[in-house]
Design a protein around this ligand. Sequence first.
Ligand code: NAP
Length: 320
Amino acid sequence: MSEHVPVLIAGSGCAGHTAAIYAARADLKPLVLEGNEPGGQLSLTSDVENFPGFPEGINGFDLVENMKKQAQRFGARYQYGFISKVEPGSPLRCTTDGGEVITCDALIVASGARARRLNVPGEDELFGRGVSSCATCDGAFYRDMEIAVVGGGDSACEEALFLTRFASKVHLLHRRDSLRASKIMQDRTLSHEKIQVHWNTVVESVHGSPEKGVEYLQLQKDGKPEQLKISGLFLGIGHIPNTEFLRGVCELDEEGYLVTQLGKTNGENVKTNVPGIFGCGDVVDKRYRQAITAAGMGCKAAMDAEHMLAERKAEAVAGH
Ligand code: NAP
């Protein structure tokens, strides 16, 4: 099967949906491939308190669902699946995981980033059986149990705070002696009666069985071995950009983030080194990584794609 669309959008988080709203309103009939995690990371977030326009906060899933409905109202189409291969050219030729070929004049990459793993023994075997990267999804399984969260950033603090709703105690394990999280999240975390922070603590291995789940962690605390009995381990240690399908096609940085023209004049920062391919959201941005900044970049990507298509059309008319 093969089809051609003017604008193809890879990913359905804040950036992808916003690009879809703008592209659809510009009558570019965008097709959105929803990606591995429809709705993106925001759909796994409980309360979003910093997206402007929601004074009482809004559930992350509801926020992205609203964005999707808004894009659909203007004619954006959504389809499950993700891009596994991109061949540059005009049109660009994209192959999906299901083997479908979709050609497009503009490709907006909004494929986001996924949770980083510790890469320690026991983690993979017990993933989904006591090890999780989503407190919102799995927290309720640990009612009245002791659990641990690893990491020292906003994600780890947010997960730890959320998990206090269920767990009897949350151990926050951080490899250094100070948190990276924002001041407000630090204050909430450090003052919470159910959260115990373990400084200078590294998780060396995860122990348990698929039947019983996680039973204990082998730690290195202040350089000394220590065991911690817990029933669940949540990973809050950052993210890896979903750019595997762009390797060898677009310029990526040393961590795999898609390189766009950051720092160019007029706030232009969504064009990649390949004509017709634009990048927005967490797949590009390792600095801000906010719902609102992702949405802003999604808007820019759609506007720049629209501008490029209009220029090409004008050139084609002038050439005849
Ligand atoms: P992050 O800020 O990169 O923090 C990752 C944390 O994990 C760091 O504390 C890091 O330790 C630790 N870490 C990384 N690799 C590790 C490993 N292999 N073993 C042990 N620890 C490891 O990532 P994030 O917390 O996901 O936040 C990303 C961005 O999203 C930030 O800009 C954040 O502000 C934003 N965010 C905001 C909210 C909110 O506003 N509600 C919620 C979530 C995220 P070190 O500190 O030693 O490097």
